[in-house]
Design a protein around this ligand. Structure first.
Ligand code: AMP
Length: 437
């Protein structure tokens, strides 16, 4: 006999099961609430796009695009089977590119004011899986697009991010900020950095050696212990940025103080892509080991143009939902989340119609109710209610049906009350408001 294949989720993917999914929903809903209070609105984007969109925006030379994308030729729609395969498409490794594509495609530059969008959903990168690093992971991101690059916009985006983190109890975090200059001052700095790096080339590892020529800024990112002392002595961009960039950064810091956002400056926080300008930021959280970045963001004033759109300023961030939730779980600072409110323990077939009717009313009142579909012995019924974590058992037997008064038993301490239908609904509803806020 051949053995049945045991299917498993593909390496780097996982199932978010209950009760974790409840935590995820609450986390995502909190993001919606906070972001919408800052007048951001959701954009729902496709999961896949033309590969060339990512190659152009994220950059063909980045690891993400060159090694990590799930790409495949789309099947041709032509009826001729010998026709060429369709375009190369990719599962999105991030969603900023799609947001820009949508902004351009729908002419959003013509909308009044700044365009403030947020998105959430799965991203795909073929990375080596480890704790906090998956091949299908989830991001929540926000972008502001428009004509202004006022430091107040950067500060508001960062304030919103930190407000969200504090709302969900992600408080053991550090916000790092930096300014990486613009097209006027960065090229000279990059050349200076390259020249300095060439002098110390033989003291650096292979990756950093390669980056001296391809992308010297990325050397500053290095986590290799032996390189740290050398990097510490390299010229800092803040000492070489132009007046406009310097002023923008100074105003950003003032704005953050005004908004009560604490931060640390980190001159080594860079983005390897050319279109990034000025503000960059990152948030790290405790309890995550080496994969401790929970959000990355920055200003990308040239991106819309790079993709064929009109001159547009932009800033945004992407939160790694998997890691943020992992950090909340590790901290033990978990919210009280809605669970099963009432288990209806009905006894005897004559009680069943009343049980069905009452269950419907409780559910309409917003309570979570479990109604067994088959008659159960009383003890077994209460046992199951307990195991399911119900807060109350509602006992409906022939007595209750006859008198119209039902027994509500609180399972935590076995406290019991007899209540009419009206009292029952009143009591449970007010109780729910109290416990769920
Ligand atoms: P990035 O789009 O690379 O700037 O990443 C933004 C955030 O997404 C990071 O700070 C991480 O929290 C999260 N992230 C990126 N890649 C992964 C991954 N493979 N698995 C889980 N989270 C990730």
């Amino acid at each position: 006999m051949t053995e049945q294949k045991q299917f498993r989720a593909i390496k780097g993917t996982r199932d978010i099961q209950p009760p974790d999914s409840t935590l995820w929903n609450w986390f995502e809903q909190s993001a919606r609430d906070v972001f919408e209070s800052y007048n951001f609105r959701e954009i729902r984007l496709p999961i896949f796009e033309e590969t060339s969109l990512f190659a152009r925006s994220v950059g063909g030379e980045t690891d993400i695009v060159s090694k990590e994308m799930y790409s495949f030729p789309d099947r041709s729609t032509s009826s001729d089977a010998t026709a060429d395969a369709g375009d190369l498409i990719s599962l999105r490794p991030e969603a900023t590119a799609s947001t820009m594509r949508a902004y351009i495609e729908h002419g959003m530059h013509a909308l009044p004011g700044n365009v403030k969008l947020y998105y959430m959903g799965p991203m795909f990168r073929r990375e080596r899986p480890q704790k906090g690093r998956y091949r299908q992971f989830y991001q929540i991101g926000a972008e502001v697009l428009g004509q202004s690059d006022a430091p107040a916009i950067d500060a508001e985006v960062i304030e919103m991010l930190m407000t969200f983190f504090s709302r969900v109890g992600l408080i053991r975090t550090t916000l790092y900020i930096n300014s990486i200059g613009d097209k006027n001052c960065r090229p000279q700095y990059v050349e200076l950095l390259r020249a300095e790096l060439r002098k110390v080339k033989d003291q650096l590892g292979a990756d950093s050696q390669r980056r001296i020529e391809t992308n010297p800024l990325r050397v500053l990112d290095s986590k290799i212990p032996q390189e740290q002392e050398i990097i510490a002595k390299l010229p800092k961009i803040s000492e070489h940025s132009c007046d406009a960039c310097r002023e923008h950064f100074a105003k950003l810091k003032e704005e953050l103080k005004l908004r009560g956002v604490s931060y640390q400056e980190n001159w080594r926080l860079v983005r390897g892509l050319d279109y990034y300008t000025r503000t960059t930021f990152e948030v790290i959280a405790e309890g995550l080991g080496s994969q401790n970045a929970v959000c990355g963001g920055g200003r990308y004033d040239g991106l819309v143009e790079l993709l064929g759109g009109p001159p547009t300023k932009g800033i945004g961030f992407a939160i790694g939902t998997d890691r943020a939730i992992l950090s909340i779980q590790e901290s033990g600072n978990l919210p009280k989340l809605p669970g099963l409110d009432v288990f209806v323990a009905w006894l005897g077939l004559e009680a069943y119609p009343t049980a069905v009717g009452l269950t419907k009313k409780l559910r309409e009142a917003g309570l979570s109710v479990e109604l067994p579909g088959e008659e159960m012995k009383f003890k077994k019924s209460l046992n199951l209610a307990d195991k399911l974590g119900a807060r109350y058992a509602l006992i409906i037997g022939s007595d209750e049906v006859a008198t119209g008064r039902f027994t509500l038993k609180r399972l935590a301490d076995a406290d019991q009350k007899k209540l009419s239908e009206y009292e029952l609904l009143e009591y449970l509803e007010s109780e729910r408001r109290g416990t769920r806020g």
